[in-house]
Design a protein around this ligand. Structure first.
Ligand code: SAH
Ligand code: SF4
Ligand code: F3S
Length: 475
């Protein structure tokens, strides 16, 4: 994998850009099997769980072995050119499998399906089925069409679809943490971003269905939910039955009240929309984790304006101050794009100094990749040379590595409440779990009888750049 196109792995829970195979659920009961790989953001991983539920009803069971599947699906991402290249390569590989097994159906879902529409099917003949993010309910019909050799495409975007009534089938789950989609689409028009085109208009999911899903997860032993949306702070659901509405702060409170033993996280916040109300609700409930992902993109106001982010450097940094004022222990992470059109060396320095100011605990860092059809592609020239982009990105990564190290070292000697998520990958005598600030802790199980889903207090005695090492404090 190319480090320059992927977020550096500051925390190992990120599944950005990685493929995953689902846990096979009762596959023996199903005559037909599907295999799904997901790429991109958490929304895609969450959508794959909706797709799994739709296919389940049609008699398809999930499998981890693509060789035994009669249907292979790729849930794709278009955010950067590199993301699409990775998927094309994967499709070519699956194409070879199909040559040996002609009855195999290959489907492309998600953002790349939406962006390229029938092109993948007609010109490149890479797939049999193309389905956009709002059209998953039509998958069974499309599969039936494809089985008869017809072209099966549905890339209609919707103003209403939220899949509110579909209970997702949890794929690859640790049984402790789950994602819950609360809204779809995005109404912002950040000039670099393809998401408004691939995901359509913003719409919020029925709050009652969100709370019901969270309650069900809690009953089934889950102890942490992450509320998902491209811009969660603009969540706004109008209950037509009684003409009342629910905003994000209110939704957060409703979810926090499901049970004090259920941790609540959310992602992503747009700096312009996160309100004091949200911050106060976070501060009020101990089970809402003190962690905010607050993408800055650039630390320079001129670039921010070209990016159409609708805030300035000063406004953003004041928001960081406000968060720290209301929640001194809140951790903050960010996304940064370097080398945006016309970015000068001095403007790049502004990004570095903003990072210093904000003291991010971690960050996802990218260089600008022009996306066809976006405002930036239409209006500006992608004129920062690749070598300059890469050098600037490296400087940003180096600085973030220092900031992360400082942030993690700063936790040595402190104790945290940790939700056990499972065994450490490296050593099954150790547990792993996160603290409210979203940092991963690893600690020996010792003689204690804890299990995943339990809370423990852990005293930190050492830190690497991405993990805190500690010992359980006996209760
Ligand atoms: N909705 C989220 C971001 C979703 S995309 C938000 O508003 O913060 C995740 C990240 O990918 C963005 O925050 C941005 O940093 C990065 N990104 C988006 N478009 C990009 C592009 N054209 N080139 C490089 N990085 C991009
Ligand atoms: Fe893209 Fe901006 Fe919407 Fe995030 S808020 S998805 S960056 S347009
Ligand atoms: Fe990628 Fe679509 Fe998410 S473009 S980042 S999968 S919304």
């Amino acid at each position: 994998m190319n480090i320059l196109d992927l977020p550096t792995k500051i925390h190992d829970e990120s599944r950005q850009g990685e493929a995953y195979a689902p846990v096979a659920q009762e596959t023996a009961l199903f005559s037909k099997k599907f295999y799904i790989e997901s790429y991109g953001c958490q929304m895609n991983f969450s959508d794959s769980e909706i797709v799994a539920a739709i296919l389940h009803q049609e008699g398809f069971g999930a499998t981890k072995q693509f060789e035994e599947a009669s249907l292979i699906l790729l849930n794709t991402c278009s955010i950067r050119e590199k993301a699409e290249q990775t998927i094309r390569k994967r499709l070519t590989e699956f194409r070879k499998t199909k040559e040996k097994k002609p009855e195999l159906l290959i489907g492309i879902l998600g953002c790349m399906a939406e962006r390229l529409k029938a092109k993948l099917l007609e010109e490149e003949k890479l797939v049999d089925i193309v389905v956009g993010p709002d059209a998953y309910r039509s998958l069974p019909a499309l599969i039936a069409e494809a089985e008869t050799g017809q072209k099966a495409v549905n890339v209609l975007l919707s103003r209403e679809e939220t899949y509110a009534d579909i209970a997702p089938i949890r794929l690859d789950s640790n049984g402790v943490t789950a994602f819950v989609s609360i809204m779809r689409g995005c109404n912002n028009m950040c000039s670099f971003c393809v998401v408004p085109f691939t995901r359509g208009r913003e719409r919020s999911r029925n709050a009652d269905s969100i709370v019901a899903e969270v309650e069900d997860l809690f009953r089934r032993g889950y102890r942490e939910v992450t509320l998902l949306g491209q811009n969660v702070d603009s969540y706004h659901w109008l209950n037509e039955a009684d003409n009342t509405s629910v905003n994000f702060a209110q939704l957060l409170e409703k979810v926090a009240l499901v049970n004090p033993l259920l941790r609540v996280r959310f992602s992503t916040s747009h700096p312009k929309d996160i309100t004091d109300d949200v911050l106060y609700i976070m501060a009020k409930y101990k089970n809402i984790c003190q962690y905010i992902h607050l993408p800055i993109q650039s630390g320079n106001s001129r670039i921010l304006q070209l990016m159409n982010r609708t805030y300035s450097r000063e406004w953003y940094l004041a928001k960081v101050d406000r968060i720290k004022e209301i929640m001194p222990d809140c951790s903050i992470s960010t996304d940064i794009i370097t080398g945006f059109c016309t970015e000068t060396e001095a403007e790049h320095q502004d990004t570095l100094s903003a990072m210093e100011y904000a003291q991010y605990d971690y960050a996802y860092m990218f260089f600008y990749s022009e996306r066809p059809g976006t405002l930036a592609a239409k209006r500006f020239t992608d004129n920062v040379p690749e070598a300059v982009k890469k050098r600037r990105l490296q400087e940003i990564i180096n600085l973030q590595n220092e900031l992360s190290k400082k942030s993690y070292m700063n936790d040595v000697g402190k104790s945290f409440e940790v939700l056990i998520e499972g065994e450490s990958k490296k050593d099954n005598l150790y547990w792993k779990g996160r603290n409210p600030q979203n940092k991963m802790l690893v600690f020996p199980k010792k003689q204690f009888n804890y299990k995943p889903g339990d809370y423990v207090n852990v005293l930190v005695h050492d830190a690497t750049q991405a993990t805190l090492l500690g010992e359980i404090i006996p209760a």
